[in-house]
Each structure stands twice: as structure tokens, then as C-alpha cells.
Design a protein around this ligand. Structure first.
Ligand code: GDP
Ligand code: MG
Length: 449
């Protein structure tokens, strides 16, 4: 993907002059790059339009190194869209973090879907405020839906050396919030972090509960916690929380994974709320300030401007992909390859991206895209394959009922899910066999690529 960009920019660089067509061509690739980094389509359109407006024209045409200038324009537009700014020396600055500028105790409300990282982030924020800003922090869990949630926060509080509100069974979220604020006022806390319950998906009950807590606690910051790995879904989540609850900032978690971070741009643009912090791991000190320039680089698939013109990443991806394509062509694709494949998705773009390297696969490619390998399925499948023995991965045919039960138990999946995976793998293998035939004809005509 950044490989594709490299190609275009390389060509532009060699040519030395940049016309309208060149900009258009570069922007086609930029568009794909952004989409593959999980930036939402309307946001991509806006950004591309902005870049075009800036890129086409004298400024670029007269430049010494036009291609680099386009790269820089894309990068700068991204940084701006992410809320970036520079200091007096022109160096990029981190985005402003939490705003605690209010009478103590300052309430911070944590909202988001279940599993997004609210409770963990509450602990991280508490630790940071205690250590770096010497604040007295009270943690309170309003999650009365999951029995272990309040205990989880209590454990985190102990690990971070901050206090958590004593658990009183049977209280409603509002009662807990009231008790937290009272306790904080009485015992002179600086900050109260209110950790709410999430649901697996957005629903009215969740929104109503969170909105009610918000009206009641009147938090100074309402932080929406979103998992960067949720990709395009992040936009839906962000929009819903912004409309129904109202947020003052966003925390993007699991930035330690291999999500490219395009969700940050989409969320920022649909909510107008700034990204304030990043979660970069399960450990309690894995909380980072948000640096728009770094995320911009990550979205474009480059560490910095300079590395965009380096080909290293492209070469690795290409070599892997070519090896895999060769295996497919020989009909040797097994579950180990499938697992590797799952890991690569996200780096390369998609399975169809790799299939695209085989000649003559146009229609089949579309069929595979229809198979709809979304993120959750990828994660589940990776876990299920990890529970298989090497022999099972090489010869999936031996996986009968008892093995299925063992694999399911080992990966926390159901037997049905194991069946679905095997079915999908079968379909894929069958498709590949057909493709191989087509492919060999194609190879005789023109070869890979
Ligand atoms: P909640 O349901 O929103 O409260 O989510 P939790 O805070 O319980 O987090 C769910 C899981 O995600 C836990 O296993 C956390 O350790 C993990 N987690 C949270 N934040 C991060 C992060 O930034 N990176 C990684 N890798 N894991 C995280
Ligand atoms: Mg929680």
C-alpha cells in the first residue's frame, strides 16, 4: 500500500515537473491509502479535495522537488485535519491533553463500547495524574452490568496507588456517581474518574444510561474510548456517542496493534472532538499524548516524510506476497498460510490485494471480498487456528468432531465457529484450485504482477 504510493511518487520524482494529471494520479493512490488505513470515505473525499486544491497550481509546478512537495501537502493536510499545530520553532506539538481547569473535584466521565478499554484507561489516567501532576484521584466504577467490573477497577486502583470508591452492592450508576462526588468533596479529591459500562454494540439503553449519568455528574471531560482496531466502525460509534451523549475528547486505544490509525481522522472529523490520548498497551503506563504528525505518518504508512520514498516496507510486503502467491499456485495453501495471511491483512490491505498479484483473478477476487472477512472474524480465526496442532493445520481434513470440540474449547470459540472457519478455508482452497488453472494460462501470457 505505501508501496503503491512509493511507486507513484518515485515516478513523479524522476520526472521533476508536476502537472495536473500527475497530481490526479498521486491523489488516486492517496485516496486508496487513506481508505485502506480505515479513514471513512466522506473524510477521504474532503481531504483529497483539500490536497488537490493546494497541490495543483503554481506552487507545486515551480517546485524543485515536486513529488516531495505533494507528499508534504498530503501530510500537512492530514496533520491539520487531526488538529495538529507547531511550536515557535516550527516543530510539531502534541495535542492538548486533559482539561482539568475547573473547581475540584473535577469529574471525568469515561464512555464507550464494552472492551474498548475504558476501565484500563481510567487506571492509566489515574496513574498519570497522580505521578506527573500530583493529583489526588478517586476512581469509581458505575458498571453494574458486569459483575466483575467494579472489582477490576478496584484492582487497577490498588496497582496505581490511587483510591477507588468502596463497592456497595445493589446501587444504580446514578447512586454510585452521587456517592463518588460526595466522597470526593468531603475528602478533598482533585479528580474523580467515573468509569461507565459499555455494550458490545450501540443500543438505546446504553446511550440513555450514559446520557443520564452525564447530566447528573456534569463532567468537565467526557472521554470517548475507542479501539483503533475497530477501523471503519469507529466512525459509527463516535457519531452515536457524540449525538446521544456529547463528548469532549477521544482516547484511541490499542494503537500498539497494527491498525493504521485512520479511525482517528474519521472520528475527529465526524465529532469535531479532539483526540486527547492514546492507549498503547495493556500496562498501566502505556498511555501516550496524541501527536497528530506521528499519526499522520502512520496513516500514510510511513514513519516520516523521508521514509515514504524508501522502498523497504514495500519490498518486504511484496516478497511475502509473492511467496504466498507461489504457494497458492501450487495448491499448497494450508491453515498455517491462512493464519499468516490473517496477520498480513492490515499491512497489505487485504487478502484480495494479494490475490490481485495472481494473474486472471478479477471475478474471483470480488467473490472473496464478498466472503466478508471482517476484523472480528479475523481475530477469531487467528485464535482458533492457534489452538490447532501443526498436523491439523497442514491437513485440515483430519479435524473431526472430537478435535473440533478440543479446538473450540482451547480458543474460547464454539464448534459452529470452528466449522465456519473450516468451511471458509475449504471454499477458499477450492477457489484457489480454480484460480491456479486460470493463473497458469495467465502466466503464459504475461506473468505475475
Ligand atoms: P472496557 O470494557 O471498555 O472497560 O475495557 P477494558 O479496560 O476492560 O479493556 C479490555 C481489554 O483491552 C483488556 O484486556 C485490556 O487489557 C485491553 N486494553 C485496554 N487498552 C489497551 C491498549 O491500549 N492496548 C492493548 N493492547 N490492550 C488494551
Ligand atoms: Mg470496563
Amino acid at each position: 500500500l505505501s508501496g503503491k504510493l512509493n511507486g507513484v511518487f518515485d515516478r513523479l520524482r524522476r520526472r521533476g515537473a508536476l502537472g495536473e494529471n500527475d497530481v490526479a494520479e498521486a491523489l488516486r493512490e492517496v485516496r486508496i491509502a487513506l481508505l485502506e488505513a480505515d479513514v471513512a470515505l466522506p473524510v477521504v473525499k474532503d481531504l483529497v479535495a483539500k490536497v488537490r486544491e493546494r497541490a495543483v497550481g503554481q506552487e507545486v509546478l515551480r517546485a524543485v522537488a515536486p513529488a516531495q512537495q505533494v507528499v508534504k501537502i498530503v501530510h500537512d493536510c492530514l496533520v491539520e485535519a487531526l488538529g495538529g499545530s507547531v511550536d515557535a520553532e516550527g516543530e510539531p506539538k502534541a495535542a492538548p491533553g486533559l482539561d482539568l481547569n475547573a473547581p475540584a473535584p473535577v469529574p471525568i466521565l469515561m464512555v464507550g463500547l464494552q472492551g474498548s478499554g475504558k476501565t484500563t484507561t481510567s487506571g492509566k489516567i489515574a496513574l498519570r495524574l497522580r505521578e506527573k501532576q500530583k493529583k489526588k484521584v478517586l476512581l469509581a466504577s458505575l458498571d453494574v452490568h458486569r459483575p466483575a467490573a467494579q472489582l477490576q477497577l478496584e484492582t487497577l486502583a490498588r496497582q496505581t496507588g490511587v483510591t477507588s470508591l468502596p463497592i456497595v452492592p445493589g446501587q444504580t450508576p446514578l447512586e454510585i456517581a452521587a456517592r463518588a462526588m460526595e466522597t470526593a468533596r468531603r475528602e478533598l479529591y482533585d479528580v474523580v474518574v467515573l468509569d461507565t459500562a459499555g455494550r458490545l454494540a450501540i443500543d438505546e439503553a446504553l446511550m440513555a444510561e450514559v446520557a443520564e449519568v452525564k447530566r447528573f455528574a456534569n463532567p468537565h471531560e467526557t472521554l470517548l474510548v475507542v479501539d483503533a482496531m475497530t477501523g471503519q466502525d469507529a466512525v459509527v460509534t463516535a457519531r452515536a456517542f457524540q449525538e446521544k451523549v456529547g463528548v469532549t475528547g477521544i482516547v484511541m486505544t490499542r494503537i500498539d496493534g497494527d491498525a493504521r490509525g485512520g479511525a482517528a481522522l474519521s472520528m475527529r472529523s465526524v465529532t469535531g472532538a479532539p483526540i486527547k490520548l492514546l492507549g498503547a498497551g495493556e500496562k498501566l503506563d502505556a498511555l501516550e499524548d496524541f501527536h497528530p504528525d506521528r499519526i499522520a505518518g502512520r496513516i500514510l504508512g510511513m514513519g516520516d516524510i523521508v521514509s515514504l520514498v524508501e522502498r523497504a516496507a514495500e519490498t518486504i510486503d511484496r516478497e511475502d506476497a509473492e511467496k504466498l502467491a507461489a504457494k497458492m499456485a501450487k495448491g499448497q495453501f494450508d491453515l498455517d498460510d491462512y493464519a499468516k495471511q490473517l496477520k498480513q491483512i492490515g499491512k497489505m490491505g487485504s487478502l484480495s490485494g494479494i490475490l490481485g498479484m495472481l494473474p486472471g483473478v478479477g471475478k474471483l477476487k470480488a467473490q472473496i471480498e464478498d466472503a466478508n472477512l471482517d476484523n472480528t472474524i479475523l481475530k477469531r480465526h487467528t485464535a482458533i487456528i492457534a489452538s490447532m496442532t501443526p498436523k491439523e493445520r497442514r491437513s485440515p481434513d483430519i479435524i473431526k468432531a472430537s478435535r473440533k470440540r478440543r479446538i473450540a474449547a482451547g480458543s474460547g470459540a464454539t464448534v459452529q465457529e470452528v466449522n465456519r472457519l473450516l468451511k471458509q478455508f475449504d471454499d477458499m482452497s477450492a477457489m484457489m484450485k480454480r484460480m491456479t488453472k486460470l493463473g497458469q494460462k495467465g502466466l503464459m501470457r504475461g506473468g505475475l504482477g
